[in-house]
Design a protein around this ligand. Structure first.
Ligand code: SAH
Length: 323
């Protein structure tokens, strides 16, 4: 018998170590180069507002194929060469397989297993579809009782929950249903780091704007939904990010969440794509415009995906999060 978060951590570590996740799903940086480019420009503006620290750590958590970082660095080299010169690239990645692919795209990076291993110093962190892969617990409230979901022999079983362990009395007021919870330690440690050493972190991921009950655990195998419990390590397991809960008790300022479509439009994604498209043959140009729309339109990736930033206290509102 294994608690769901332990099961999910084990399954995903095996999955990412042995599979090409991009055979099962695609992500925003793989859809449009403009995505990484505007995030690079975002980081350059935040660096200005931090007082242009040199050196500065530009980190990414869960960099996949390294596409986002490669696109960001290329754009920054062009539009903000002083920032580019100050940047030290650090990638947080557990999969040796993906590290090798990232090294081809971002040769001058340093790699770490965990955000806790980043060297000290002012930091700008980017993370796209990273939080959704981190393990969740599922607590079940039924008729005033709290239970927790464990896995035994490929099936969920419910055990009485140890609420003291969660130290969250607010759980007790909640309504019947499944309540998902991620370990708050990551946001707490990151918040402490940003508050004491300076910097900002930008997370893009999918999840609702407000917390609420529901089972969002999903598994993709060979590009298709599958049973999350059947074959650990063979499918990619993810769950919605609870943005309203993320970073709530940390020492930093929180910006957002805003819908990804709003965020990318404010950062000038469409202007960037227009400029790129102008010089291409029309088929390629229209495919580029279509890719930008896929990321931003509300009935596609523009609304379910959200952007949220944590910043050192006192930093001005970062681009894209203006009221
Ligand atoms: N950001 C990329 C990839 C998203 S897939 C993109 O947008 O294309 C999730 C990524 O997070 C993969 O690179 C995976 O190996 C990594 N990852 C998953 N769990 C992790 C963990 N606990 N620590 C570090 N990296 C992790």
């Amino acid at each position: 018998m294994e608690r769901l978060d332990h099961f999910m951590a084990r399954a995903n570590a095996a999955y990412y170590a042995t599979h090409d996740p991009f055979a099962d799903f695609t992500t925003a940086p793989e859809i449009s180069q403009a995505f990484g480019e505007v995030l690079g420009a975002w980081a350059a503006v935040v660096w200005q507002s931090m007082g242009r620290p040199d050196p500065v750590i530009l980190a990414e958590a869960g960099p996949g194929r390294g596409t986002l970082m490669a696109d960001a660095l290329r754009a920054v080299g062009r539009v903000a060469p002083e920032f580019r010169a100050a940047v030290r690239v650090h990638l947080v990645e557990t999969s040796p397989r993906l590290r090798a692919i990232q090294a081809a795209a971002v040769p001058d990076a340093a790699w770490h297993d965990s955000l806790d291993d980043l060297p000290d110093g002012p930091t700008i962190l980017l993370a796209n579809e990273f939080l959704d892969a981190l393990p969740i617990r599922q607590l079940v409230r039924r008729d005033t009782r709290w239970l927790e979901r464990f896995i035994d022999d490929g099936q969920f079983i419910e055990q009485p929950a140890d609420l003291d362990d969660l130290s969250l009395s607010r759980w007790r007021e909640r309504v019947d249903g499944i309540h998902e919870l991620r370990d708050p330690a990551l946001a707490a440690a990151l918040g402490h780091r940003l508050a004491s050493q300076g910097g900002a972190a930008l997370f893009l991921d999918y999840g609702p704007a407000a917390s609420g009950p529901g089972d969002s655990l999903q598994a993709l195998r060979d590009g298709k939904p599958t049973d999350a419990l059947a074959d650990p390590g063979k499918a990619d397991l993810t769950a919605h990010v609870d943005f309203a809960a993320f970073g709530r008790d940390s020492e930093v300022s929180i910006h957002g969440p805003v819908p990804q479509g709003v965020f990318l439009t404010r950062l000038g994604q469409f202007q960037r794509i227009d400029r790129l498209a102008r010089t291409r043959p029309w088929r390629e140009a229209s495919a580029m415009i279509e890719s930008g729309r896929r990321l931003a339109e509300p009935d596609r990736m523009g609304a379910l995906f959200k952007a949220m930033a944590l910043t050192q206290p006192g930093l001005p509102t970062p681009p894209g999060f203006e009221a």
